[in-house]
Ligand binder design. Structure first.
Ligand code: SF4
Length: 235
């Protein structure tokens, strides 16, 4: 499904991205750990919430529940007292249920395969991939991730757009995300593409003029010239 020229472009994209990330990557607390429990907490907290809001709550949560067994022993009230500060009340429930399942039924052994992770209630394909790449650094396709940032970057750079009538879009997106991480460095690649989507390739007013991808980006080549100054997407 990926042709030769797209593969070549993907290779160039990856090299530029890593070079950019090594100089510009964000310093985030969950990037200093490979503990799957800590990664799980960060990923569940980051759902539908921005990084700045999550950082202090993530710290408070791990201070209160430093390990998965500590969390498994807590009451829902104790958990939600912290997680409700960032909204989306089901977060606390999911975290507690996952902790109980791993602590009680799996002897505290955190699952490290895609199928086992997907068996846990509250963990979908994106979160499973994030745990596999950011905690276990699994070097295979199971560690691929597609969230809104990744989707936006890949879609714009490689020039295929979401179309309600095109059911193949999601499949194609995952194939790109899987191909992107092949060849190793999965942790860095996935962190880098998420950072690009969160800082330069944002949904409104993407910062194309300072983006290292603009030399190969389809959106920059084909869409940007059609944007009139009045509805400029740029700062
Ligand atoms: S050039 Fe613009 S559209 Fe392309 S990846 Fe960079 S910010 Fe996104």
């Amino acid at each position: 499904m990926i042709n030769e020229s797209q593969l070549k472009a993907l290779h160039s994209f990856t090299n530029l991205l890593i070079e950019w990330f090594e100089k510009n990557g964000r310093d985030l607390p969950w990037r200093k750990t490979r503990d799957p429990y800590h990664i799980l907490v960060s990923e569940i907290m980051l759902q539908q919430t921005n990084v700045e809001i999550v950082i202090p709550i993530y710290g408070e949560f791990l201070k209160q529940f430093p390990g998965i067994d500590d969390l498994a022993r807590a009451s829902l009230h104790q958990v939600r007292r912290i997680t409700d500060k960032i909204g989306y009340t089901r977060r606390g429930k999911f975290l507690l249920e996952i902790a109980k399942e791993i602590s009680k039924n799996r002897n505290g052994q955190f699952p490290s395969s895609l199928d086992e992770l997907l068996d846990l209630k509250g963990i979908g394909r994106y979160t499973a991939g994030a745990i596999l790449s950011f905690a276990f650094e699994i070097n295979d396709k199971s560690a691929a991730i597609v969230d809104v940032n990744v989707e936006r970057v890949i879609s714009r750079v490689f020039g295929f757009w979401r179309d309600e009538r095109n059911s193949k879009f999601d499949k194609k997106m995952w194939i790109f995300a899987e191909e992107f991480i092949m060849g190793g460095d999965v942790w860095k690649k996935n962190q880098a593409i998420m950072d690009l989507g969160a800082t330069l390739c944002v949904s409104v007013k993407p910062r194309c003029y300072i983006c290292p991808m603009n030399i190969l980006c389809t959106y920059y080549e084909q869409i940007v010239p059609k944007i009139t100054p009045l509805d400029s997407f740029f700062d």
